[in-house]
Ligand binder design. Structure first.
Ligand SMILES: *Cc1c(COP(=O)(O)O)cnc(C)c1O
Length: 387
């Protein structure tokens, strides 16, 4: 029996082992502080839920077009123009079952065996495996904490080979919380343009950005950049809609067409009534987004202050998303070992950085209420004194 060689290259999710241990401890009645969450702890805003419920009641329960509801694609097209200064016509927008599927569709459409895809580390853990799934090769660029874990144009250029087909950018980033500046994006785009390299820009955390930092979409920089960029976004993080499974991408027409076909033969269009909720999310008041962001910001400030005060820990202050990457190198333990001990001894669950391609860090999520964050940091502080 021979399984697909591409599928066999996949690595099992490293985060799951810690997660299942944390769950087992909770089942035993142990009060584990969870910093592992990869999703907002907030509930979906009420007006969005109502729109989906109403759609269900009205019998909006049939297939939608495979690339999404025209009404939603139009709303997304308007969002791209208003927020990102990028002109994607509704026909260039494909709605999928989460931004994760949008990323995978983009990689499937552009890459094949023999191609290389440049991915800055620490990275969102699905990118390398998505690349392997299509038979292409991830080329990991290790970024530096001094550069706030951002890949420089020079580092990108050094990673390029004649086989480079795509580069993946994720700003604001998971797990780093880093946000690329306009000039940093310009530098990377300039390098990509020299060899016609596709840019996959995962902008899922666009709305979770702090300190008035500017979000830049590579596709907005020039006609040339636009022609090579696929812009991914979604509803999960900005509107606390992870379980709804709705994301989208905007792409040049030719790429969008290919992705439409791909999706029509794999999953078809996403859930009909969920898409009605998504229309309400985009068309309704954005106050809910601001409110959640402000709450995340309070936690970010608190967590950063606490972590910075703990001897032997250090962190780069995140400017976006809801994660803080904490350097644990001074303890001389692997990230898995550190996370494992932290869970057993201090009853705090974190994600070891090795899952994101960086064994010197752990990822703390502040998608948890302030009380949990306080208790968890007290425990981490105590643990770091005795480890
Ligand atoms: C959460 C996340 C996604 C995917 O979100 P969906 O729930 O699939 O829309 C994509 N990219 C990054 C970096 C994420 O953290």
């Amino acid at each position: 029996m021979e399984l697909s060689s591409h599928a066999q290259q996949l690595s099992p999710s490293l985060t799951l082992a810690i997660d299942s241990k944390a769950k087992a401890m909770r089942a035993e009645g142990i009060d584990v502080c969870g910093f592992g969450a990869g999703e907002p702890d907030f509930d979906t805003p009420e007006h969005i839920k109502e729109a989906a419920i109403e759609a269900l009641r009205e019998g909006f329960t049939k297939y939608t077009p495979s690339s999404g509801l025209p009404e939603l694609r139009t709303a997304i097209s308007e969002k791209f123009a208003a927020d990102n200064n990028v002109d994607y016509k509704p026909g260039q927008v494909i709605v999928s079952n989460g931004a994760k599927q949008s990323c995978y569709n983009a990689i499937l459409a552009c890459c094949e065996p023999g191609d290389e895809v440049v991915i800055p580390a620490p990275y969102w853990l699905s990118y390398p495996d998505m690349v392997r799934l299509v038979g292409a090769e991830p080329v990991i660029v290790q970024t530096k904490a001094e550069n706030s874990y951002k890949m420089t144009a020079e580092e990108f250029e050094n990673a390029m080979t004649p086989r480079t087909k795509m580069v993946i950018l994720n700003s604001p980033g998971n797990p780093t919380g880093s946000v690329y500046t306009r000039s940093e994006i310009e530098g990377i785009v300039e390098v990509a343009l020299t060899e016609d390299i596709f840019i996959l820009s995962d902008e899922i955390y666009e709305k979770l950005i702090y300190d008035d930092v500017e979000h830049i979409s590579p596709a907005s920089l020039s006609k040339e950049a636009y022609d090579l960029t696929i812009t991914v976004n979604g509803f999960s993080k900005a509107y606390a809609m992870t379980g709804w499974r709705l994301g989208y991408l905007g792409a040049p027409e030719e790429i969008a067409k290919v992705i439409d076909s791909l999706q029509s033969h794999s999953t078809s269009g996403p859930n009909s009534f969920a898409q009605k909720g998504a229309v309400a999310a985009l068309k309704g008041s954005q106050q809910c987004v601001t409110d959640m962001r402000d709450e995340f910001n309070i936690r970010r400030e608190y967590m950063f202050e606490r972590v910075s005060a703990i001897p032997n820990l250090s962190a780069v202050k995140p400017l976006g998303a809801f994660y803080m990457l904490v350097n644990i190198a001074k303890f001389g333990l692997s990230s898995t070992n550190f996370a494992d001990r932290l869970l057993s001894k201090a009853e705090v669950a974190v994600v070891p950085g090795i899952a994101f391609g960086d064994d010197q860090t752990i990822r703390l999520s502040y998608a948890a209420d302030l009380e949990t964050i306080k208790t968890g940091l007290d425990r981490i502080e105590q643990f770091c004194r005795t480890v």
